[in-house]
Design a protein around this ligand. Structure first.
Ligand code: COI
Length: 397
């Protein structure tokens, strides 16, 4: 059986192969890989020009043991989402931003990168080829993971002579799923009293995708990035080093067990110089609210310029909030009225508690404050096509 579809395949022919419905438990999606039908691959040699990509059946790829990515970590990734609207059409959220961020990161990592147009076409093609894996409206989204890595062989330290641009996708629900159920239950018990039908539906969407409070622990020993390093780009190495994957399996299990026992969802990093200013959580950016003023660490090379971060800043300003991008100290965090995290995967996650040097601060209403609810609701309504997109952020497929 043929295992590849060339890019020249028309949308209709790809569609024909993918209309068959799949049996997935859409109500219980978390953030784990669900393998889909196709992935996209394009390669680029020393001429810097990427081949016309092709769709292959999703599966293992061949990689030389001496590839640049395996030996020297020359690799980047991106993350974006596709949502199904109630009319069946599919919306991408700000894919141009991911294309531009990949180009910026590639420049830092000495890699050629696909042109914005190729990136966008590749994303569209991959999503359409996996159309049946986009969750129904309100049940989650299709997470799109573009990768760019040195697949050519090296031995001495040098940029790889060949690069691979690959995109795979997976249907996803809540990143911090275990907490979402709790929030949903709180909401449905109070919603009959306080909310109308439209708001009720929004809460149901919230349960599936994002508004789940998390408990963070401030990391006091390790740092995510240093000035002059690669903290500001989405290189793969930034993530292994902060997720404890670099330690032994035994330590990973131990750390996981300890974190679980203590109820932490993720780790918040401080700057490596003063050990005082907030940087980011290992999987998302952070916002602090005090007296209705929203503050978030400024972009200065050590934190990721999140696309959700940038969108939330605009959404909040549009709602009349003052938003400051600046140094935010750990003391301000502990003294905040409300704290929330943003990211493609986590969407908006209110912070229920922060633990710093053994002291635990719990925020009001399990952390689900007015600001996080408002920005969550505005952002996700836009992403799901429930409200008019005046910003031109969504791209309809
Ligand atoms: C995303 O939010 O898309 C990310 O890349 C973060 C990752 C740790 C899941």
């Amino acid at each position: 059986a043929s295992s590849t579809i060339r890019c020249e395949a028309t949308e209709a022919s790809v569609y024909r192969e993918t209309v068959e419905t799949i049996n997935l438990d859409w109500d219980n999606l978390g953030f784990g890989l669900v393998p889909t039908d196709y992935m996209y691959i394009s390669k680029c040699s020393q001429d810097g020009i990427f081949t016309k990509g092709e769709l292959l059946r999703y599966g293992p790829i061949e990689l030389s043991p001496s590839s640049g990515v395996l030996n020297y970590g020359q690799g980047l990734f991106e993350g974006l989402k596709a949502y199904k609207k109630e009319d069946g059409s599919i919306l991408l959220f700000r894919p141009h931003e991911n294309a531009l961020r990949m180009r910026m990161g590639a420049e830092r990592m000495c890699m050629p990168s696909p042109a914005v147009e190729q990136f966008l076409n590749a994303v569209k093609l991959t999503v359409l080829a996996n159309k049946r894996w986009v969750p129904p409206t309100g049940k989650g989204s299709l997470y799109i993971r573009p990768l760019l890595f040195g697949s050519g062989t090296v031995l001495g330290l040098a940029p790889a002579p060949e690069y691979t641009f690959l995109i795979f996708v997976s249907p996803v629900g809540n990143y911090f799923k275990h907490r979402a159920l709790y929030v949903y239950l709180c909401m449905i018990t109070s919603e009959e009293v306080s909310y109308g039908k439209e708001q009720t539906n929004r809460w149901k969407y919230a349960f599936q995708e994002g508004l789940a409070p998390i408990n963070l622990v401030v990391e006091n020993e390790f740092h995510r990035a240093a000035p002059g390093g690669t903290g500001g780009v989405k290189t793969i190495g930034n993530y292994a080093s902060v997720s404890e994957l670099v330690t032994s399996v035994e330590q990973v299990l131990k750390a996981q067990k300890r974190a679980k026992e203590n109820g932490y969802s993720d780790v918040l990093y401080l700057d490596s110089i003063h050990k005082k200013y907030l940087e980011e959580v290992s999987s998302c950016n952070i916002f602090v609210v005090k007296n209705n003023i929203i503050s978030t660490p400024e972009i200065k090379g050590t934190i990721l310029p999140g696309i959700t971060r940038k969108s939330i800043i605009d959404v909040a300003r549009g709602q009349g909030y003052q938003v400051e991008e600046r140094l935010v100290s750990v003391e301000e965090l502990l003294d905040a009225d409300e704290v929330f995290c943003t990211g493609t995967a986590v969407v908006v996650s209110p912070v229920g508690s922060i633990t710093y040097l053994g002291r635990k601060v719990e925020y009001k209403n399990s952390g689900i404050g007015v600001v996080s609810q408002q920005v969550y609701s505005s952002l996700t309504s836009l992403q799901m096509g429930l409200t008019e997109d005046k910003m031109g952020w969504t791209m309809k497929l």
